[in-house]
Ligand binder design. Structure first.
Ligand code: PBG
Ligand code: ZN
Length: 320
């Protein structure tokens, strides 16, 4: 008989035996920047998460700086939306201005920006629309243009989340051509059509106006297809590949991380956050312990980077 319990007798030995340890640098904190002035809007479905106008960002950026996490991931909410999502690649778009502001005033913060059209289009889809069809190839140049304009504004990394085929290659080519060969791409490679994005769509005002995203995001039943998506994004030049959502997809993350020698990211999405916050508010679970357990599980499954709305709290909880 093996006496496994010998190494579990007290916290000193358990701590020594621990295989996975979280570090604040593992975390990327998603943030919502809104057009306008003096705005700090709470997102009802995501307690603790706010939409900020650029002039109110300092408060949260100070906290980001102190938490000393890996970086932030920006989502812009423009005042004006149109068919082609033109504010996504406008030089003076809210996201571009937010990036410049942060770059200038907080140069130590690593800025990742989500590249997708859904927050910027009047129809709320991630690509160009014709009738009820979401167009693939017509969308690619717009995504590429968006990525370049964000790099010009000072983004350190771009993260395409649209799930159009071929977008990593299109973005890579455009960045290289514009002189940004050193800007990495973190691809949302295995992104599933998920009910877990519900609260995010309130936060980012990005719910599709008709239909759903099932013709471009993956069917959640498919694990093998996820490996093919990831292989393709690596082939097209992704520097980091992502599995999204997190908790219900750790099997996919684990398998992919074993198969590909690449840095993996996982997105601990809005619905996962909201479920924890709701149950914690009821006193039904211990928030700090549950969050630590969830984030540790994601790292154990193979994630190098964890994108999470808990980033600042978790970084503050970790003893350093
Ligand atoms: C935009 C995007 C979404 C998320 C990240 N980027 C929403 C969607 O695809 O509908 C989800 C993030 C979350 O739920 O926290 N394409
Ligand atoms: Zn989108």
């Amino acid at each position: 008989m093996q006496r496994f319990r010998r190494l579990r007798r007290d916290e000193r030995i358990r701590s020594m035996m621990r295989e996975t340890r979280l570090h604040p640098k593992d975390f990327i904190y998603p943030m919502f920047v809104m057009e306008g002035e003096n705005i700090k809007n709470p997102v009802d479905s995501m307690p603790g998460v706010y939409q900020y106008s650029i002039d109110r960002l300092d408060e949260i950026l100070e906290r980001v700086r102190k938490a000393d996490i890996g970086g932030i991931m920006l989502f812009g909410i423009p005042a004006h939306k149109d068919e082609r999502g033109s504010q996504a690649y406008a030089k003076d778009g809210v996201t571009q201005r937010a990036v410049s502001y942060i770059k200038k005033n907080y140069p130590e913060i690593y800025i990742v920006v989500d590249v997708c059209l859904c927050e910027y289009t009047s129809h709320g889809h991630c690509g160009m629309v014709c009738g009820d069809e979401i167009l693939n190839d017509e969308t690619l140049p717009l995504l590429a243009k968006m990525a370049v304009s964000l790099a010009e504004a000072g983004a350190d990394m771009v993260a395409p989340s649209d799930m159009m085929d071929g977008r990593v290659e299109a973005i890579r080519d455009a960045l290289d051509l514009a002189g940004f060969s050193q800007t990495p791409i973190m691809a949302y490679s295995a992104k599933f059509a998920s009910a877990y994005y519900g609260p995010f769509r309130d936060a980012a005002h990005s719910a599709p106006g008709f239909g759903d995203r099932k013709s471009y995001q993956m069917d959640f039943a498919n694990g093998q297809e996820a490996l093919r998506e990831i292989a393709e994004d690596i082939e097209e030049g992704a520097d980091i590949v992502m599995v999204k959502p997190g908790l219900a997809y750790l099997d996919v993350l684990k398998e992919a991380a074993m198969e590909f020698e690449m840095p993996f990211a996982v997105y601990n999405v809005s619905g996962e956050y909201s479920m924890v916050k709701a149950a914690a508010a009821k006193g039904w679970i211990d928030e700090k312990r549950i969050v630590t357990e969830n984030l540790t599980a994601m790292k154990r499954a193979g994630a190098k980077i964890i994108i999470t709305y808990h980033a600042l709290d978790a970084a503050e909880w970790l003893e350093r």
